[in-house]
Write a protein that binds this ligand. Structure first.
Ligand code: 3HC
Length: 281
């Protein structure tokens, strides 16, 4: 019998995780609070798989088979039979804590509860449940179908067994799991976000144009995207939230968010998803 993976949240990360899990042969239950969020998520999965159909790496039949493995629902209770549930809701401690508390109530005691958080403490999320030994971070990267990494974060109480199960699930999904301790921003965002923030400071201080800053990092460092383009891709609200977690959690002024980043978020210029960020879309 194939494993059933639950995904909470059908946004960018949630639908990507659902796609790779279904493609790896898992049954998937994806839950969001509104049907239109689910429909948008399923449409994104369809489009992403279609790229591979167009490139003749996947047949239309296989695509339908993968889509058929994904059950979309607005009922949290539909996740009760999952062996692992991966939470990918908005990056907000209160919202995530509520989801973990609810998942703890409705899933089997053996179910692993993983969070795709980009910076929130796994130890805190574990403390919201009666099974902190089965709570762990599985931090996927955007776009999930393309990026190879899963950053695996162990909370203070996460058991070795949970860690091993998540490592082998990551292998099954075709990802490479690399582990780190539960520290603000983990490794990925502790290193990436200050670079992006510094690029925003360079723009703010008029050191160079957006095109120059991005071009210098793309051509000079062989990055696939310049830092301002990447910030727009990630979402400026997400970047700001992560900088705030680093600043508060590590207490060092070097992590203060650039005023320009704050101003853009205040204006609702959130990057690609809102049609405007450092670039216009
Ligand atoms: N679904 C499926 N496949 C996709 C895809 C998607 N959403 N987006 C791109 N692809 C595939 C394309 O089909 C193509 O496949 P192929 O080379 O096998 O034919 C390949 O990816 C490359 O895509 P493109 O040619 O369209 O475009 P690029 O070469 O510019 O690549 C990119 C796009 C993969 C997004 C690349 O620009 C990149 O790697 N950017 C950096 C991404 C990054 O840094 N992500 C991490 C963000 S941080 C994060 O997620 C953590 C969070 O906590 C903030």
């Amino acid at each position: 019998m194939s494993e059933t993976i639950g995904v909470v949240g059908a946004g960018t990360m949630g639908n990507g995780i659902a796609q790779v899990a279904a493609r790896a042969g898992c049954d998937v239950v994806i839950r969001d609070v509104q049907d239109d969020f689910l429909q948008r998520g399923l449409k994104t999965i369809d489009k992403s798989l279609q790229r591979d159909v167009d490139k003749e790496r996947l047949s239309t039949e296989e695509k339908h088979g993968i889509l058929g493995k994904i059950k979309a629902t607005t009922e949290l209770s539909a996740l009760s039979g999952c062996s692992v549930v991966i939470e990918a809701v908005t990056e907000n401690l209160e919202v995530k804590t509520d989801v973990f508390r609810a998942l703890d109530q409705i899933t089997q005691p053996t179910t692993i509860l993983a969070s795709n958080t980009s910076s929130i403490s796994i130890t805190k999320l574990g403390a919201a449940t009666r099974r902190p030994d089965k709570v762990i971070g599985m931090h996927f990267m955007n776009p999930v179908p393309v990026m190879k990494l899963v950053e695996v974060i162990r909370g203070i109480a996460t058991s070795d067994e949970t860690y091993e199960r998540v490592r082998s699930l990551s292998d099954k999904l075709g990802k490479t799991a690399l582990d780190c301790q539960d520290s603000p921003g983990f490794v990925s965002n502790r290193v990436l976000m200050p670079m992006i923030n510094e690029a925003i400071f360079a723009l703010y201080e008029g050191v160079a144009t957006r095109e120059s800053i991005d071009g210098i990092m793309k051509l000079g460092m062989n990055h696939p995207m310049g830092p301002l383009t990447l910030a727009d891709f990630i979402g400026l609200d997400v970047c700001l939230a992560i900088m705030n977690v680093l600043h508060e959690g590590l207490g060092d002024p070097k992590y203060r968010a650039c005023p320009l980043l704050k101003r853009y978020v205040d204006a609702g210029w959130l990057g690609r998803k809102s049609g405007r960020g450092f670039y216009e879309y």
